[in-house]
Write a protein that binds this ligand. Structure first.
Ligand code: C2O
Ligand code: CU
Length: 472
């Protein structure tokens, strides 16, 4: 796992030597700089993703590392992140899931000018919510995210949560060639109109995992992040009973996943409480069986031989402390429907562009409108919402494909699925909408600005399943 601020500072010094197109200020090498003020350098690098038997992979990354450095902040305390762009093309950083001011949201042309090569931009905000978040570019998304640019942002609760270990698993899917290089063909028509660029290699914290060392009896808070371009995961922990404590950073009623399967679409996060109730010396697989007939094991929980850390598992934990997300007034809320449209129909090979106009390069649309690429400042918003008012949006998927729909700048309650209340009505920032189904989400439009709403299957996003909600 990537270390916190201290270890990444030495990494930064190394990266500066490799990509010295911009001279770093002397302060960057100073270990005494407070962790809440950091520098993040976007650039190119090499990473050993698949192990020593294979060549290292050419990647695009932050601070020379895959994943990017883990940024650890504290709830309610300001952080300041200077992003340097050594990439050779425009970039930005989006702090996925953090309810921050629009000027810090990282959407080029809409919330800020892009960071040109050789330039820097300072992101400054105070995370209002504790939880598991992540960061990634919002420019040339397919390539920048698909070539490796992503990292986790963990915001700690003021009072530590009682666990033995706090562990992060960033799960990332890659499409690699036999030489362990990133395959070309980003944005091809097949990926764009179907499931997106699903790859062939899944890494955990930047390497193809073999096993994760655990000890019998310990209680782990396991933070799962799916930073893949397109791969949806459904994880099962063999002979274990994980408890879902938070979704997309927001605490929920602690509950076991439906049929023991944790659905984790691109950009989604789940915090688990995992009591290690296996036997010393044994191994248990973590299986992803989302795609029919393509189940594989992601990693194994490898118990060491030591006797259990404690005789009985500790009491069931209380829920994590709630974050200050405003509760929408569902009865008074204004309602809107957003229809997700387009894509190739399953098997038929026909573009099902119901309701779409003549946007030849757009494969997808929301209510007939397609914002493509990195987005455009001039386009009319999908909806204009009134500041302070509650809204219920129905996200109706008219397509044959799954869409993890993400709203910037807000957390919303997931109210119902196909008109029926969902069991926990959890807060989320990304909701995975299966084909031909509909979810109702509710939130207070309390954050002024032009906020992106898009599918986080990046191929879908950049080919039209994106729009803006204006809160004025
Ligand atoms: Cu994580 Cu607009 O995205
Ligand atoms: Cu999609």
């Amino acid at each position: 796992m990537v270390g916190a601020a201290t270890s990444r500072r030495s990494f930064l010094a190394g990266a500066a030597g490799l990509f010295a197109t911009v001279t770093l200020p002397a302060a960057s090498a100073d270990n005494s700089k407070p962790a809440r003020q950091i520098t993040l350098t976007a650039g190119k690098g090499r990473a050993s993703l698949v192990g020593k038997a294979h060549p290292a992979t050419d990647v695009w990354c932050y601070d020379g590392a895959i994943p990017g450095p883990l940024i650890r902040a504290r709830q309610g305390e300001p952080i300041r992140i200077v992003v340097e762009n050594n990439l050779g093309e425009d970039t930005t950083v989006h702090w996925h899931g953090v309810r921050l001011p629009i000027a810090m949201d990282g959407v080029p042309g809409i919330s800020q000018p892009p960071i040109a090569p050789g330039q820097r931009f300072t992101y400054e905000f105070t995370p209002p919510d504790a939880g598991t978040f992540w960061y990634h570019p919002h420019a040339d998304n397919l390539q920048q995210l698909g070539r490796g640019m992503a990292g986790a942002l963990i915001v700690d609760e003021p009072e530590p949560v009682a666990v033995d270990r706090d562990v992060l698993w960033m799960l990332t899917d890659w499409r690699l060639t036999a030489e362990a290089q990133i395959a070309s063909g980003f944005g091809n028509v097949m990926d764009a109109a179907m499931s997106g660029r699903v790859g062939n290699t899944v890494t955990l914290n930047g390497v193809v995992p073999k096993e994760e060392r655990v000890r019998a009896g310990e209680r782990i808070r396991l933070r799962l992040v799916n930073s893949s371009l397109a791969r949806i995961m459904a994880l099962r922990f063999e002979d274990h009973r994980p408890l879902i404590m938070a979704i997309d950073g927001q605490p929920c009623d602690p509950h076991e996943p439906d049929r023991g399967r944790l659905l984790l679409g691109p950009a989604m996060r789940i915090d688990l409480l995992l009591d290690m109730q296996g036997k010393p010396g044994r191994r248990y697989r973590v299986i992803d069986d989302f795609y029919d007939g393509l189940a594989y094991w992601v990693t194994k929980l490898a118990y060491d031989d030591k006797p259990p850390l404690r005789a009985h598992s500790p009491d069931p934990p209380p829920a994590l402390p709630r974050n200050p997300v405003p509760e929408p007034d569902v009865t008074m809320a204004q309602r809107h429907e957003l229809r997700l449209q387009g894509g190739m129909m399953g098997g038929g090979g026909m573009m099902g562009m119901g309701g779409m106009s003549d946007m030849s390069h757009a494969a997808w649309a929301i209510n007939g409108s397609s914002m493509t690429g990195d987005g455009h400042a001039g386009m009319a918003p999908l909806l204009t919402l009134q500041l302070g008012r509650s809204y219920v949006l129905t996200l109706r998927n008219d397509t044959a494909w799954w869409h993890p729909m993400h709203l910037h700048g807000h957390s919303f309650r997931v109210l119902s699925r196909n008109g029926r209340p969902v069991p926990h009505q959890q807060w989320a920032d990304t909701v995975l909408v299966p084909p031909k189904q509909a979810f109702d989400i509710a939130f207070v439009a309390d954050n002024p600005g032009d906020w992106m709403l898009h599918c986080h299957v990046t191929d879908h996003q950049v080919s039209g399943m994106m729009g803006v909600l204006r809160i004025a």
